[in-house]
Ligand binder design. Structure first.
Ligand SMILES: [Zn+2]
Length: 688
């Protein structure tokens, strides 16, 4: 064979090889897309998380070896984008109109009359849909591939947030071409609402509270803020969802809006509840139905959207100003009540952050009695100009947490004075509060601030930290008041003061014994838990677990440079700086020395890791009811020891529900979602 021939045949071999690679990649992607659809949209996964991870890993590896084969619709591209400096502005092909909205039934009647008049007295059908409380976006697909995702912006043009949208798993990156009426649907625009589940929102806020960070007011704000993040990797960490309510294509034109929605569903887009209504009664019935049930939905809705179902009739009606004549949003009132603001107190968290709290005359609102509500910070109070002695308006709407939204001017006392934010911490150490530049919060940074110490000790003893039963908030407050507890290290000296404790009012010998036993038991807690319990700012449970795996001991963490800390996955600049600041404190180092002497775990426990294989890794358990032979706590510990996770509520992500006697609504929910339900015996066999 001549050289030329040899080269030519090698070239052919390469082409052949490339083709095989491309085929395998496309097969893998199709497989992963199918499982994404089953998991995120249909809630009916066919394979375990571990099997899915293996597929995904295979795809990542193959793409890594063949970077030229990476396509924008590959499932790996959901998390891969680079941070942007700013978002590109894009014109909408069809303007994103804003709907007229109303809180009044009369206006719904008027709307219906106007529509009927506009259609020459022909009463049309309406589609009624839930109005998700999220952020409107537009998705453009070219040749079945997601090519552009934009915010609504001003309706004429929005921001290109394609990279961020790709991280939302329920948004298909590619769809199958569908043939309808002889045409193939390949190029189209979809619109929908990006939103977050109440449960996911609460989890994020809980973590932020633990870290002394500012809380998000509601899922909508959090969603909007997330979509504007410039680093898609950060966006990917937030569990966003989509529901779609609009389809437009030049390729295929259907007659009804509701047909479009059904088509979207067929293509794999999540869609919401929809009912066709013929009469005003039907419409009002739908509105009332969901007003009664909206609290029990896993996401927030703020009303109902009515649209004329026929697209031809929609065109006929056209628009007025910048709103379509064929649609209206009926919005639900936020639940509101008025009550007296008795006083504003300050609450000091374990990181020293000072939060003003409205102490209210108890008032019943949407299912619960409210006597306190956060006022967030000094700016919030100043903006609303609320003052102690005012009759204030308390609201529970799109916000999970009740909030004070204003005051009733007519009821303000004549001698009322504007509220002045205190300059000193309520700890009475004559410590001036300070407000770091650019932050909304005031802080008490006195090392001896008893309020901070109390919350620090409560955190230390809490269930997910050292888990010392019997050392709750009330006891901690009492013992710090008496000067018995001054630091977390004092907890392990309590056995020297057993008689003193037993002599405290209403505390018998038995309770003291139990407490001391729980304290003794806590010495066996893992290194990760000890790290979390120390209460280092920004080191939540997750970060503590990661640190405990990457470093052999507390000393190696204390000695690590900022760069070394930041080289650990998920440890950012802010956390690294906070860790460094923590170990620079003489007081903290002394506390750690005392805890070491007490016998706490400050080293990676290698024995434990080797004995138990992580057979439950990637599995999420939910426990419910009473198990015959073990407590739920014991079961949780076993699950975690084998690498599994325990969650408080059942969702699509749950792998198993471990159920005992008297199991309640969680079991129902698991059945509804088709989650596997096991009993204690099954569980024991699993971990034997
Ligand atoms: Zn203080």
């Amino acid at each position: 064979m001549t050289d030329i021939h040899r080269q030519a045949s090698m070239f052919e071999a390469n082409i052949e090889e490339d083709k095989n690679t491309a085929d395998e990649l496309e097969k893998l992607r199709a497989e992963i897309r199918r499982h994404d659809q089953l998991y995120y949209v249909e809630a009916a996964p066919e394979i375990s998380d571990r099997e899915y991870d293996a597929l995904f890993r295979r795809l990542l590896d193959l793409e890594h070896e063949n970077p030229s084969f990476i396509t924008p619709d590959s499932p790996t591209q959901r998390v891969g984008g680079e941070p942007l400096k700013e978002f590109r502005s894009v014109n909408h092909e069809i303007p994103m109109l804003s709907l007229a909205n109303t809180y009044s039934e009369d206006e719904i009647r008027n709307f219906q009359r106007r529509v009927t008049d506009g259609l020459d007295r022909i009463a049309p059908n309406y589609s009624a849909e839930l109005k998700y409380d999220g952020v409107a976006i537009s998705l453009r697909y070219t040749d079945c591939i997601l090519t552009l995702g934009t915010t609504r912006g001003d309706g004429e043009k929005g921001d290109d947030i394609t990279q961020n949208i790709r991280t939302v798993y329920s948004v298909p990156l590619r769809v199958k071409p569908i043939e309808i009426k002889g045409a193939i649907l390949k190029n189209f625009e979809v619109r929908g609402e990006i939103y977050m589940l109440k449960e996911d929102f609460l989890t994020i806020n809980r973590e932020r509270e633990e870290n002394g960070e500012k809380l998000f007011a509601n899922p909508r704000n959090l969603t909007a803020g997330t979509l504007k993040l410039q680093d898609p990797k950060e966006v990917a960490k937030r569990p966003l969802k989509i529901t779609c309510y609009y389809l437009y294509s030049e390729d295929v034109k259907l007659e009804l809006h509701s047909e479009n929605i059904r088509l979207l569903q067929k293509m794999g887009f999540p869609v919401g509840n929809l009912r066709i209504c013929n009469t005003l009664d039907d419409i009002l019935d739908y509105i009332y139905y969901w007003r009664e049930r909206r609290e029990s939905l896993p996401f927030f809705i703020d009303g109902v959207v009515l649209k004329v179902d026929s697209l031809r009739q929609q065109d006929e009606l056209g628009m007025i100003a910048r709103s379509p004549r064929w649609a209206i949003a009926y919005k639900y009132e936020a639940a509101k009540a008025q009550t007296l603001l008795r006083e504003i107190t300050l609450q000091v968290g374990r990181t020293g952050v000072v939060t003003p709290v409205a102490e209210l005359q108890p008032v019943f609102l949407a299912g619960s009695t409210i006597s306190r509500a956060t006022l967030h910070n000094a700016d919030y109070i100043a903006e609303l100009d609320i003052r102690p002695g005012d009759t204030v308006v308390v609201e529970k709407g799109g916000d999970v947490i009740p909030k004070v939204s204003g005051y009733v001017a007519e009821l303000r006392p004549a001698d009322s004075q504007p509220y002045v934010f205190p300059i000193e911490c309520p700890c009475h150490l004559h410590n001036k509060l300070h407000r770091p530049e650019g932050e909304a919060n005031y802080y008490c940074d006195h090392a001896q601030c008893p309020w901070q110490i109390r919350r620090k000790i409560t955190h230390f003893a809490s269930r997910n930290a050292m888990n010392i039963e019997g050392l709750g908030e009330k006891i901690v407050d009492r013992l710090t008041d008496l000067g018995i507890l001054r630091t977390i290290a004092d907890v392990y000296d309590l056995h020297n003061r057993a008689d003193e404790l037993a002599a405290l009012d209403r505390w018998g010998k038995k309770s003291v014994e139990n407490l001391l036993k729980a304290i003794e038991k806590s010495k066996k807690q893992s290194f990760a838990r000890v790290l979390f319990a120390l209460g280092i700012r920004f080191v939540g449970e997750g970060a503590a677990k990661i640190l405990s795996k990457k470093f052999v001991s507390i000393d190696s963490i204390a000695e690590a440079t900022a760069e070394q800390l930041m080289s650990v996955e998920d440890i950012g600049e802010r956390t690294a700086a906070s860790i460094a600041a923590f170990f620079a404190e003489q007081d903290e180092r002394e506390v750690i020395e005392r805890l070491k002497t007490a016998g706490l775990n400050f080293n990676r426990d290698i024995g434990e890791e080797n004995n138990l294989s992580p057979i439950l890794e990637g599995k999420i358990f939910v426990l419910t009811g009473e198990l015959p032979n073990m407590t739920r706590k014991e079961a949780s510990d076993i699950i975690e020891a084998y690498g599994g996770k325990v969650s408080g509520s059942v969702s699509k992500k749950t792998t198993f529900v471990l159920a005992g006697e008297n199991a309640g609504s969680k079991l129902e929910k698991a059945r509804g979602l088709g989650v596997a339900i096991i009993n204690e015996d099954d569980f024991r066999n699993m971990v034997k």
